[in-house]
Design a protein around this ligand. Sequence first.
Ligand code: HEC
Ligand code: HEC
Ligand code: HEC
Ligand code: HEC
Ligand code: HEC
Length: 487
Amino acid sequence: MRDRSSHRSAGRFVCSAAAVSWCVAFVIIDTVGCVSETPGVIDDPPSNDGDDGGSGGVGGLNDPLSMPASPTLSVESFNEASKCAGCHPNHYAQWKTSMHAYATIDPIWRTLVAVRQADFEGQRDQFCTQCHTAIGTRGGEVFPMFSFDDFSPISLEGVTCEACHKVAGIERVYNSGHVLDETGPIRGPIEDPVPNSFHESQFSPLHDTSEFCGACHDVIEQHGLLLERPFEEWAASPAAEGGRNCQSCHMPTYRGKAADLPDVPERDNIHIHRFVGVDLPMTDDFFADDATREEIRGEIVDLLRSAGRIELEATETIEAGGQIDLFVTLRNLIDAHNLPTGSTFNRQLWIAVTATDGEGKVLYQTGDLDDNGDLRDYWSELDQFGDSDLLSFTSGFLDERGNPTVFPWLAAEHVSNSLSPLFVRTNTLFIPTEEATVGPITIEARLRFRTFPPFLLRALGIGELVEKLEIYDIDEATLTVEVAPAA
Ligand code: HEC
Ligand code: HEC
Ligand code: HEC
Ligand code: HEC
Ligand code: HEC
């Protein structure tokens, strides 16, 4: 196990001694321990210490690029997505279903922003808005104690068309590192765009790079703690080596027209703008109809099923009263980033294991839920630490005293159990049997995923969303062990 905490390190993503005991006691029994054995941990994150406004953190308080003290652009210079719909109906319809279009109406995001607003009395409000609405933040709509009611329509569109297509360059591959050119042309991947009456077009190789996505998707808190790092994970991955970027999976291509106009040619590489990940928006009126919702849900299921595999291994026969040593292996099938990635501290990825005898009696269980629907770990209100074998592969925050917290801005450590690209990890579970049990024992395992834990939504006062959470079963495995009478 490597402990990097002694390094000069603004962004920590490691196990300290306190963190190890937390991991072992509350999260997981894991032979590897809880260090993410990922290459590419930012020990020395690309820093902009010089302009951090005295906060001492990466990204800082008055970051002139993405969190300016006074507006650096005019919201009115930008076009709402509906203006693009006439000529780009497919792009518009797809984007409308994406998390990018949900980025500032997301009730979970809004609730967390409100908690942070209260905690810092409005002094750090721009941090959480700088990526979710770069245009609104740089345009002066996010001032101390701002209200969502005052957002203009384009800020309510979140990561809207022009938040991406007016990007002229990148200053850093994290924390809203894009340079926005408000009066410039529309930039995109077509080298020879057909001219049109609405906008000037300009070829931009940047849009076909992972850096373009990473400048929003890698998130570093103001005091330097690394929160999300899919780009950093990717940069050291086999996919990066093979020249495959984020777009290759999250923006699949088809042959078609970039604009629905008669003089525009068909092209081979038109990109689907649904940006499918793991999230299905939870507000009732987000999708135009149930059929669209089901279609997106299906794509999430497919993506998740491509993400991981589990395998079980044990000796075929044991003696009654003996113990089954069960090897449970999780394999990350993604060659581009960790499983899970992104906001791993919100996500739940775990392996549920049940052992039953020939009569169907449950002999052993881990990864099952309490009556609140929560895992029986530190956060369970009904059975805290009730599941000491829990195999969990997400991440969590510890505050300065080593206590778990759900709020990144209160965290001193970010402890991760996620798997690096193509990484395989085996854990051992010890399943006892009784003297009286003979015959076959069936062991069933499921790799399960959920975007948020119910306790968090209840704690935030948005418990009504709990019923919209779905648990996805990514993979299943079964094994039979024969219990022979004791000799
Ligand atoms: C550097 C850009 C950036 C900053 C700063 C940022 N976010 Fe995000 N946020 C993202 C990205 C990218 C995602 C999608 C990641 C994923 O789904 O794994 C996201 C996703 C989320 C989600 C999950 C939404 C859902 O419904 O699943 C929540 C909640 C959220 N952010 C809250 C916050 C809060 C609170 C802050 C401030 C403390 C914040 N974000 C700051 C970029 C950012
Ligand atoms: C999160 C950033 C993002 C948002 C939001 C976004 N796009 Fe794109 N768009 C891209 C990227 C990146 C590409 C090029 C992908 C590549 O070449 O790998 C692209 C490509 C395009 C193209 C060129 C044809 C194609 O499909 O490759 C058009 C046209 C386009 N987008 C229109 C739109 C419209 C209209 C909207 C809003 C309704 C929109 N985009 C929203 C990132 C975005
Ligand atoms: C009047 C019709 C029209 C409107 C309105 C329109 N576009 Fe376009 N757009 C086009 C045409 C035509 C092309 C060129 C398509 C081609 O050559 O295949 C294009 C190309 C693009 C490209 C690719 C540029 C490149 O060089 O890669 C992007 C990105 C794009 N549009 C985004 C937008 C966005 C965002 C909006 C709304 C703010 C918008 N468009 C509004 C007609 C339009
Ligand atoms: C080889 C295909 C592939 C590539 C390339 C890829 N991803 Fe993913 N991505 C996936 C799969 C599969 C999942 C679902 C499993 C997971 O969450 O890790 C996913 C999930 C995600 C999520 C949602 C994570 C969560 O739980 O909130 C985000 C955000 C994301 N990817 C961003 C990126 C970014 C940014 C890049 C480029 C740096 C990228 N992806 C490259 C396959 C890919
Ligand atoms: C301007 C900032 C920005 C850029 C650029 C951007 N994203 Fe995002 N992305 C976000 C935010 C913010 C969210 C989360 C919105 C929410 O859940 O509230 C998100 C969500 C996503 C998700 C959904 C994750 C989930 O939990 O399901 C995927 C997939 C994704 N982005 C892929 C990409 C890819 C691929 C690119 C590059 C082509 C890209 N993004 C560029 C800000 C950005």
